[in-house]
Ligand binder design. Sequence first.
Ligand code: FE
Ligand code: FE
Ligand code: ZN
Length: 274
Amino acid sequence: MAYLGCHLSASKGDLAMVRTALELGADTFAFFTRNPRGSKAKDVDPADSAAAMALMEENGFGPLVAHGAYTMNLCTADPEARAFAASVLLDDLRRMEARPGQYYNFHPGSHVGQGVEAGIDYIAQALKQALVPGYPVTVLLETMAGKGSEIGGRFEELKLILDAVGSDRVGVCMDTCHVYDAGYDIVADLDGVLAEFDRVIGLDRLKALHLNDSKNPFASHKDRHECIGQGSLGVETFRKILAHPALKDKPMILETPNELPGYQAEIALLRSLG
Ligand code: FE
Ligand code: FE
Ligand code: ZN
């Protein structure tokens, strides 16, 4: 069985998030490393993080999947803004060191007209600078819907970034809403999409999933999340995902439009499918 969880508020620290996760029936979770709209980051309290990791271990949690800010665009056109984004990544990854063995996921970025190749280059450069040898966290590139000039809507783009970085500390987080919106038909042919992922990237690089239904039809390139079973993916798709041998033992994070009670209900629903 996969590990299931949702996004939680980081405002009260890591241990508080693990306790909330336990109340919700979760055995993984996600949180934003900083205010998703701004750049303000909460200081890490190493004792709090250590206590949280111990409580996760005690309760058989899978890795947590921290999420970088949406505003962090490593391949934006303005050199100063790009340097700032790279410094945000560095700072995020430094603070993740208090959470060894966990995952840090982020959106690769939007090349805003510079072209996919230039964008991929900037992202890879920033990652190479940030990933010092022995770095204790695995960094995940999120599969994107391919909205506007977003990079990561195609598996090939993610593969180019992974190859350019050349570190086994980098993997992929597959967002179910995003891949479907991007034109990978996980509703009709989940096996085929995973085979394609394996051919292009390698399934050993797939470390985590975001479980979201989609408000939009196949290949819409839109990226609007819907609650599980209420969108174009439908509950049967999630049943297949939870049963798929290639996806077992992965942390799967809900990013559906919910408050905590809604997340609790969705986690219970997913457990009943698996
Ligand atoms: Fe995301
Ligand atoms: Fe996502
Ligand atoms: Zn999304």
